[in-house]
Design a protein around this ligand. Structure first.
Ligand code: SAM
Length: 458
């Protein structure tokens, strides 16, 4: 499909004939493929990158790598273990803008499918919390799957309007708005998006972005950072959105300390009021079209942290016996708080447990911390999410290492042979990376890989 005529015309007007033509030509080229490694799960990174055909680093992200071509990710067990996330390179830049958030609370307001959420989850570490919100329920469940697979145990996934999160006033150390946009930067990677573009949609997106930023600003603490991003090139949704925000937020917006940007990276840096801006054009930088901006909420603003009233009480405290059994399954039980919802136990980072409780009692939270499983006669029947958890203590359960064919059968949720399994519950691994659980009962194996994750492709 051709580029939309009105888009191509505008680009040439805005950038001039030469640069406009270069951008349009790049949008008809081949998109680079990139991944971001999971620092706690990638294992032998060198071997993994060789197998994936890595051909260079993403210069602005320590864990980002380009691949020479697109492998069949579906058939790679490391992909299913969450050892890496397939993420467009330019998007990885937001990790540089968010600053040092170790142990902090980050709100990712437009989060599905979760590329940036997983990046923030690695950055906040085991004592921090990422609240990942997605307004669309179907997309929120994909987000939750990706969060479970990333397995950091420090994310709560909510599905609500941004307004509901805006009511958590002055709550977050950083708020990221990766806004729904007209997607001009995706015209190369996803040619079908060209058919959905229109000037009317650009205006609609801009208005929606204005509304989302108002809620993001309410949720941000004084001194905290706002990261605004889109995957589109037009002024109306990028600099224009920031200008409209500055018109109502005025000097509440202050400059944030920003990272170095290598001149050779090809990023076009700019400024809109206190916002520093970064634009990725595919004919200049190695990635898709992307726009990102950062500023902070003035630390002088003051303002109390406020949260809406609890609507329900969902959580029960795990009793002593349960805590002892659950604690056996994790490497640092003292750093976790165990709670129940119905008959399922969850582990939350102890440092953020009150925050997760407050959120969950006021908002629809569809996944939080790590689902541990259910107790039967004092023994844990582990939830599939526990296999992905980076804090799992492998001494809790026999480990069955599967070869390539058996791994594929397991991931298809097909029959697997009992040979590699001990009697009872086993953690199934491929190349040492955990994929899920399987239970052997004599000569029979219960494949406990989740139905929703199983490989369907032949
Ligand atoms: N941050 C994601 C990532 O890195 O994987 C990509 C997010 S995508 C650019 C924007 C998301 O905003 C979509 O998932 C979309 O469903 C959601 N969205 C759409 N309308 C919204 C609204 N009015 N408020 C908040 N989010 C909205």
């Amino acid at each position: 499909m051709e580029l939309p005529v009105a888009f191509a015309g505008r680009v040439v007007r805005d950038l001039g004939p030469e640069e406009g033509a270069a951008l349009c030509a790049a949008l008809d080229g081949v998109p680079p493929v990139s991944v971001r490694l999971h620092p706690a799960k990638c294992g032998d990174a060198g071997a993994l990158l060789r197998r994936l055909g890595a051909c260079g680093r993403v210069p602005w992200c320590a864990d980002g790598h380009y691949l020479a071509e697109r492998p069949q990710f579906t058939f790679d067990p490391a992909f299913h273990a969450g050892a890496y996330y397939v993420q467009e390179a330019a998007s990885q830049f937001v990790g540089r803008l968010v600053g040092d958030v170790a142990g902090r609370r980050v709100l990712d307001l437009c989060a599905a499918p979760g590329g940036k959420t997983t990046l923030y989850a690695s950055l906040v570490g085991p004592e921090g919390l990422v609240v990942a919100n997605e307004i669309d329920r179907r997309r929120a469940s994909v987000l939750a799957d990706n969060v479970r697979k990333w397995g950091t145990g420090n994310v709560a996934v909510t599905t609500c309007e941004p307004k509901a999160l805006g009511e958590f006033e002055n709550w977050f150390d950083a708020v990221a708005v990766d806004a729904p946009c007209s997607g001009e930067g995706m015209f190369r990677k996803d040619p079908a998006s060209r058919g959905e573009w229109s000037e009317g949609n650009v205006r609609l997106c801009a208005a929606r972005q204005d509304a989302i930023l108002r809620e993001a600003w309410r949720a941000l603490k004084p001194g905290g950072r706002l990261i605004y991003s889109t995957c589109t090139f037009n002024r109306d949704e990028d600099e224009g959105t920031l200008e409209r925000m500055l018109a109502w937020a005025g000097d509440e917006v202050a400059e944030a300390a920003v990272p170095e940007v290598g001149a050779e990276w090809g990023i076009v840096c700019g400024q809109v009021g206190a916002f520093r801006t970064y634009r990725f054009f595919p004919h200049r930088a190695c990635g898709e079209g992307f726009f990102a901006a950062v500023a902070c909420k003035s630390p002088d603003l003051g303002g109390r942290m406020r949260s809406p009233k609890a609507r329900r009480t969902l959580f029960g405290q795990a009793d002593k016996g349960a805590v002892a059994e659950l604690g056996r399954w994790v490497r640092e039980p003292a750093a976790m708080r165990f709670v129940t919802v119905g008959d399922t136990f969850y582990g939350w980072p102890a440092a953020q447990a009150e925050a997760v409780r407050t959120l969950s009692e006021a908002l629809p939270v569809i996944c939080s911390g790590v689902a541990m499983g259910q107790l039967f006669k004092g023994r844990l029947k582990p939830d599939p999410a526990l296999a992905f958890f980076v804090g799992l203590d492998r001494a809790a359960v026999p480990v069955a290492e599967f070869g390539p064919d058996e791994t594929l059968s397991y991931l298809r949720r097909a029959e697997v042979r009992p040979d590699a399994l001990a009697e009872g519950m086993n953690l199934v691994c491929a190349e040492g990376r955990a994929l899920g659980f399987a239970k052997r009962i004599g000569g029979r194996v219960n494949n406990l890989y989740p139905n929703s994750l199983r490989i369907l492709k032949q």
